[in-house]
Write a protein that binds this ligand. Structure first.
Ligand code: 8DM
Length: 472
């Protein structure tokens, strides 16, 4: 029964629809919580495939869930479909060529991510139907990964409560099990209010909110020296109070992202940044309000799932890239710097090579030197044993959140990598459905890791999904 070549054949049989879905979503890039068309595409495919549908998961208009099967364990596949602002770019060219000035683009490959997760879920559904095995497969269509923390809100609403394991993947330079823990991350707006006045005739009557933002940023930049070296703090100015230097700016807003290795470390930094904001308000005689936008936890690894997934990926092998794939990847590579390339190899503990695309499996125990971001997969990993595939959708060294990712988003090599990711995920799904020991071991691992530090949702109770966060 545990014959993975059946499930892999199943993926091949149906893959064309999902490659089309990925390409369509690539062509309608929608940012955090505005993914109405992309979510509708995923919903339509779930309906077409006969899944039982839940819409508006956690009250989020662009979050969907489909389930199929009866009894048995619940295997959850998670997909994403949000894009990034400012990354509009033509596909299939190795030069920066925006389609629409200021337009959005799939710079993190979530068009591929969502479609391949849905492909894996559908192949497992077909396999369950053919083999008459008890078990349920779910596809969670998750919006707003790029800062919206949708999965953290979905976890808080109980959407993952009865899932036994969760499987997902991410586009990447390499073919590997994702074993790098991510950083906990809070996004908070600091909104300063002062008093306007004529900047020349009555400057003494004005109190500048923009001054407060500048002083806050200076204060935070002084804090950097005295924070853990793996913590991260960055900011974006959302409102500088206007363009007229002769009008004292009465309002200004800065959005902070505050990251650390774990939630206690992050909460400590959030508190320190908040104190600095209050200090800036005190210095400038302005008022400050702090508003948490969203927050995610760090990823909790799961050793049994990582080992099982590694074995599946070994058996499956990397995607087979042909000369045409390599040739386009080489053109993209020519737009990268040597540092772009050496730093991704450094992250997996390898010396750089000339390969344009990854055709090898990174060892599970590679001596990694990772530099990491954050993801809302983190919150799922604290409540359900979770594992992720990395599949080589881009030329080795391609930095994420760049036009180069968008340009490769509909390429033949990206399609091959997304299908291979789906095969790895579906293969692990079948393994879990046929080997009850795996789920047991995965749950024991999660229990052990959370015994002393149980999951605490990083979102304050009063914070609702920031559905309007993309409207600056
Ligand atoms: N395999 C990846 C997972 C996440 C990301 C990423 O860029 N995530 C955003 C999201 C941040 C968040 O969810 O808090 C970031 O780190 O800024 C990139 C690759």
């Amino acid at each position: 029964m545990d014959n993975r070549s059946d499930i892999w054949r199943g993926v091949d049989t149906i893959k064309a629809r999902f490659i089309d879905l990925s390409d369509r979503v690539w062509g309608m890039p929608e940012v955090c919580y505005t993914e109405a068309r992309s979510a509708a595409e995923h919903l339509a495919e779930l309906r077409h495939q006969g899944f039982r549908i839940t819409e508006q998961v956690a009250g989020i208009p662009t979050a969907v869930m489909g389930e199929w099967g009866e009894g048995g364990p619940v295997i959850a596949f998670m997909g994403e479909y949000d894009a990034l602002p400012g990354l509009s770019q033509e596909a299939g060219v190795a030069e920066h060529r925006p389609i629409e000035a200021g337009g959005h683009g799939h710079g993190c490959g979530h068009n591929l991510l969502g479609s391949a997760a849905l492909l894996a879920a559908t192949a497992v559904k077909d396999w369950l139907g053919e083999n008459k095995v008890p078990g349920r497969v779910r596809y969670y269509g998750c919006p707003a990964e790029e800062g919206g923390a949708a999965k953290a809100f979905m976890v808080r609403s109980g959407a993952f409560e009865d899932a036994d394991i969760a499987i997902t993947w991410h586009p990447h330079s390499f073919w590997e099990v994702a074993v790098t823990p991510s950083l906990a991350n809070t996004r908070a707006d600091f909104i300063f209010t002062g008093r306007t006045s004529h900047a020349a005739a009555s400057p003494h009557l004005g109190r500048s909110a923009l001054d407060a933002v500048e002083l806050m940023n200076v204060g935070v930049n002084y804090m950097r020296e005295h924070m853990p070296s793996d913590a991260r703090v960055h900011y974006a100015l959302l409102d500088t109070g206007g363009i007229a230097p002769n009008v004292v700016q009465a309002h200004a807003r800065v959005r902070y992202s505050i990251r650390a290795r774990d939630l206690p470390g992050m909460n400590e930094l959030v508190e320190r940044v908040s104190k600095i904001a209050q200090g800036a308000a005190l210095m400038t005689e302005t008022k400050v309000e702090m508003k948490i936008i969203s927050a995610v936890s760090n990823i909790l690894p799961n050793t049994p799932l990582e080992q099982a997934l590694h074995r599946v990926m070994e058996e499956l092998g990397p995607p087979h890239f042909d000369e045409a794939d390599k040739s386009f990847a080489r053109q993209i590579r020519a737009t990268l710097s040597d540092k772009d390339i050496s730093s991704v190899y450094y992250a997996i503990g390898m010396e750089p090579t000339d390969r344009p695309l990854a055709d090898f499996l990174v060892p599970l125990d590679a001596k990694r030197n990772p530099l990491v971001g954050s993801t809302d997969v983190g919150d799922v990993s604290w409540v359900v044993p979770t594992v992720q595939v990395h599949a080589p959708t881009v030329a080795i060294g391609t930095p994420f959140h760049t036009w180069q990712v968008v340009a490769q988003g509909k390429s033949a090599h990206a399609h091959k990598a997304m299908v291979q990711a789906a095969k790895a995920m579906a293969g692990l799904g079948i393994k879990a459905l046929t080997d009850s020991e795996l789920i047991k071991a995965a749950k024991a691992d999660l229990q052990k890791r959370t015994a002393k530090t149980p999951y605490v949702c990083p979102l304050p109770d009063h914070v609702a999904p920031p559905l309007d966060m993309s409207v600056a």
